[in-house]
Design a binder for this molecule. Structure first.
Ligand code: GLA
Length: 768
């Protein structure tokens, strides 16, 4: 019957729990251990309770979980059906009792059952669920129904685990939550555990479903792109229906990045308004769906991409999703980015590298391409060192029979014609110049023209008897295989052990095709989508453990593999192969919505570059100085005045890099919005401020309006100094000292003129 049935209780009529004895035994053993653990924790927490209240609380009387992450509250509870139901995510509330009990689940007619209308914290696909499921499974008997009920939970410090179980079969789902009170970020991930005695195929396993307050009028921001044009910010209204952001390519991708931001305030500018935002920590195929139901329920679900997904979970096995991190702020998209920047630096980047600064780097790629040899690289290293460069990186071309991109990938031995004495003499030379040494590798790939492929053609990803699609003349190794994993690990380990290598630029220049794994039983072959990523992380983790000072840059033909998963294992990333400075402004702007400038490697390169555009060297420097500075030019072609300017700009950069890399970024004027572009970086203690400004295509007589700075101390006095090498304009009247209030309300006048002009200011606080 169609019509209003407001008190329909269809879900409660489903079968009650039917748990096997074996399951009950295991469960009670676990409960005993847990109980003693909980008692110990309780004793511990009662001692510390006086110091700080627990950030995670379970309110026994209302069966509600309250997670306090600093300025953010996140609340869900166990409803009358024993299911988890989301209640709130937003600004901090603090008074737990305000949330009351979990509202009753209500159906909307006979079409939208309560399973669908209630905001299930983590929905299993079953029992009339028509919205995006968190998990979808097929059992060997053909059963595909999964309804998850609460079993128990555990709170340890800043983490909460809630165990759910299917109403009939021992397929368990553990929801894990971690709160980060300093940033308000929540981390969620899910473990599916097969306690049945038969394999289960998971067709979807999502990390989390995030619910926004009921309503409409939301706007979604996300990042799309292409090779040499990554990080394009896209904005659109959220309408009823489902919007999918994804990569089906086996890796993160340039085409879309696993980051989202949703806001609602029509007038929201970059510094005001409520924003819910998040990012996935996974470098394989991923999916984020943004869904608005006809009942104005807006949710963002993300995790493993469901496309071609079919993970076989053997009896006793578990699979854990990638983490999905998300946050909330009422400080607009600007504050949302800054929260992520801080979070990435303090919680994600390996080895606490986010608290230090990045070295100035030279990379040989655009200078020499594949034509590397000992003499040529030494000559470039001499010149780079004279500029103040701190790390010298030799790019592609040094290994196997690598003369061009047709051969050599897979053979990680030093090319004896180019380096007859190995890499030792070059590395010693670089180190004697006071720099450390880095090397380019692309370990997950193989050229058909390589010793490795001749020996192991079965190691390349393929379907039996089908053509193998080449891209850049290369194939992807099937890293899901453990023998491939071991080959890559040992090749790199030997290379790093034999040579004093401080840094690897880890490249990945194509996406999956024919993702087959014919050597294992067909029902396990789709595990490749997950196993590949796990083995990649395994190699990176082991290399880092064995070589603790080794640093890594994640590159995928540019910014194709930047995500919070790889960033746990890489200190920096290559944001784009497009090094043309003006294009780069848009690329860098997009990048910083999701990722910190700390990790954003930017090179100064030669002109004309991509687009055939030639912008002045100072412009190129000031663009590249807004992240982690590198030089990628052919220094053999530089003139004396280029060296002089470069030396000056590098020394200036060293005086501001702490602020640029680890400070707070304010995007003052966007490259996508007009012909004037400005961004400001404020050091953590507000004592140093750096302003970068650029203009192009200026109409005669139209000057740049005063630029209002942000994030300063109103009462403080700041000194102003120009960082660019331009002469001070004759008619300049600007005083050398100004108050924070003046700078933020009146603003600062900049002299910019004509095409591709640029300037930068450094402000230092002298009093409070
Ligand atoms: C990719 C990288 C470049 C360079 C080349 C080398 O395109 O993004 O920076 O390393 O590979 O082949």
């Amino acid at each position: 019957m169609v019509g209003m049935q407001p008190r329909c209780r269809e879900a409660s009529t489903r079968k009650n729990l039917n748990i096997s004895t074996e399951f009950l035994f295991v469960k009670s053993a676990i409960s005993v251990v847990r109980l003693s653990f909980m008692v110990a924790l309780f004793l511990l927490s009662s001692v510390s309770a006086a110091v700080a209240p627990s950030p995670i609380r379970f309110l026994m009387s209302t069966k509600v979980f309250v997670l306090d992450a600093g300025k953010v509250s996140y609340v869900f509870g166990i409803n009358e059906l024993g299911m988890l139901q989301h209640m709130y995510w937003g600004g901090h509330v603090g008074r737990d009792e305000d949330f009351g009990t979990v509202p009753n689940a209500r159906a909307w007619a006979s079409f939208d059952l309560s399973t669908t209308t209630m905001p299930q914290e983590y929905p299993g696909w079953g029992a009339g669920l028509y919205v995006e499921p968190g998990i979808k499974a097929t059992f060997p008997d053909g059963n595909r129904d999964l309804v998850l009920h609460y079993v128990d939970h555990q709170i340890v410090g800043n983490t909460l685990s809630v165990t759910l179980k299917d109403i009939e079969r021992p397929l368990l789902v553990h929801l894990h939550y971690t709160v980060y009170p300093d940033t308000g970020i929540l981390r969620r991930e899910v473990t599916a555990e097969n306690r049945t005695d038969k394999p289960v195929v998971l067709e979807s396993l999502q990390s989390a479903a995030w619910y926004l307050p009921i309503g409409d009028g939301y706007r979604l921001r996300y990042l799309t792109g292409r090779w040499a044009g990554e990080w394009q910010l896209t904005e659109e209204p959220v309408h009823t229906g489902l919007k999918v952001l994804e990569s089906r390519r086996g890796s993160t991708s340039s085409q879309a990045n696993p980051w989202f931001a949703v806001d609602r305030d029509e007038n929201s500018d970059s510094e005001h308004g409520a924003v819910w935002f998040g990012a996935l920590g996974w470098s394989g195929s991923w999916r984020i769906s943004v869904e608005q139901t006809p009942h104005q329920q807006v949710r963002v679900t993300g995790g493993f991409n469901t496309f071609d997904f079919g993970y076989r979970l053997a009896p006793g096995e578990s699979l854990t999703t990638p983490p999905f991190y998300a946050g909330y702020t009422d400080g607009g998209i600007g504050e949302a980015s800054r929260i992520l920047h801080t979070f990435e630096r303090t919680e994600i980047l390996p080895n606490r590298s986010g608290l230090r600064t990045r070295p100035v780097l030279y990379n040989s790629w655009e200078a020499t391409e594949f034509n590397v040899d000992e003499t040529g690289q030494k000559a470039l290293a001499d010149k780079a060192a004279s500029l103040g460069v701190e790390r010298f990186v030799m790019d592609d071309g040094w290994f196997g029979q690598r003369k061009n991109d047709h051969a050599g990938l897979g053979d990680w031995y030093v090319n004896p014609q180019k380096f007859p004495n190995g890499l030792g003499p070059l590395i010693r030379h670089v180190k004697d110049l006071g720099m450390d040494f880095g090397l380019w590798v692309e370990p997950e790939m193989v050229n058909p023209d390589s010793d490795l492929y001749r020996k192991h053609p079965e190691w390349a990803m393929h379907f039996e008897g089908r053509p193998r699609t080449e891209a850049r003349n290369q194939l992807v190794l099937n890293l899901a295989r453990d023998d491939v994993r071991e080959y890559i690990f040992h090749s790199l380990d030997e290379l790093i052990t034999a040579n004093d290598i401080a840094f690897l630029k880890w490249d990945y220049n194509r996406n999956f095709s024919e993702p087959g794994w014919p050597e294992i039983p067909p029902d396990q072959q789709k595990n490749l989508w997950v196993r590949y990523g796990e083995n990649l992380y395994n190699i990176l983790d082991r290399l880092r453990q064995k070589h603790p000072v080794l640093e890594i840059e994640s590159c995928s033909g540019g910014g194709g593999r930047v995500d919070l998963g790889i960033l746990r294992r890489a200190e920096q990333v290559w944001s784009s192969d497009n090094t043309e400075a003006f294009d780069r402004l848009t690329i860098q702007q997009g990048f910083t919505y999701a990722y910190t400038p700390h990790i954003m490697m930017d090179w100064v390169t030669d002109v004309p570059n991509f687009n055939g555009r030639s912008v002045p060297l100072q412009f190129r420097f000031l663009v590249a100085m807004q992240g982690s500075l590198g030089i990628g030019a052919n220094l053999n072609r530089w003139q004396t005045e280029d060296f002089a300017l470069a030396k000056h700009m590098i020394s200036v950069y060293k005086s501001i890099r702490e602020t640029v890399q680890n400070g707070a970024l304010y995007r003052l004027a966007l490259p996508t919005a007009g012909n004037f572009i400005a961004s400001e970086y404020v050091s953590e203690d507000q004592s140093q401020v750096v302003l970068f400004a650029f203009s192009h295509s200026q109409q005669f007589g139209r000057s740049v309006p005063p630029v209002l700075l942000r994030g300063l101390d109103e009462r403080a006095i700041y000194t102003l100094a120009r960082l660019d090498a331009k002469p001070q304009p004759k008619n300049s009247t600007s005083p050398g000292k100004l108050s924070g209030a003046y700078l933020m309300h009146h603003g600062v006048m900049l002299s910019l003129q004509g095409d591709y002009d640029s300037t930068a200011l450094k402000l230092e606080r002298i009093s409070q």
